[in-house]
Design a protein around this ligand. Structure first.
Ligand SMILES: [Fe+2]
Length: 139
């Protein structure tokens, strides 16, 4: 896949994922507003967002350890982003936004710890220990 197509695919996936999450919330609002037909329409739009087709096109392997590391990397970036956003919101006097960004940052940190523990467990259950054992026995 060409670098331009890869960049376009990455952008399309971000847009579709955002749209799906947004339409799911729109569907919830419609249900709260007692508009079940509209809720169904939004939920269908959310469920048929084209993320899955694009994700499949991206040929992401079903590698749990690799996916855990990818998620950890994503969340590390998010933690940095939310820290900056919280500080900027606080400096601007947007206290509610600052509190939400800080709360999300802390949740992301907690999730990074859990993902890291899961990654450590997978690595210890995989050939990594065997490799370590083989190295130890060779010494
Ligand atoms: Fe779409």
């Amino acid at each position: 896949m060409s670098p331009q197509t890869e960049r376009n695919l990455e952008k399309a996936m971000a847009v579709e994922a955002f749209a799906s999450a947004k339409y799911t919330r729109f569907a919830a609002c419609a249900r709260m507003n007692d508009n079940p037909d509209l809720a169904k329409l939004f939920q269908i739009a959310a469920d048929t967002a084209h993320f899955r087709k694009e994700f499949n096109l991206a040929h992401v392997p079903c590698d749990d350890a690799g996916n855990l590391q990818s998620a950890i990397n994503d969340k590390d970036s998010m933690i940095t982003m939310y820290s900056k956003f919280a500080m900027e919101a606080e400096a601007a006097g947007d206290d509610s936004a600052a509190a939400v960004f800080e709360n999300i940052r802390q949740e992301e940190m907690s999730q990074v710890r859990e993902l890291g523990e899961a990654l450590g467990k997978i690595r210890s259950e995989s050939g990594c220990e065997q490799t370590v054992g083989a190295v130890k026995s060779a010494v």
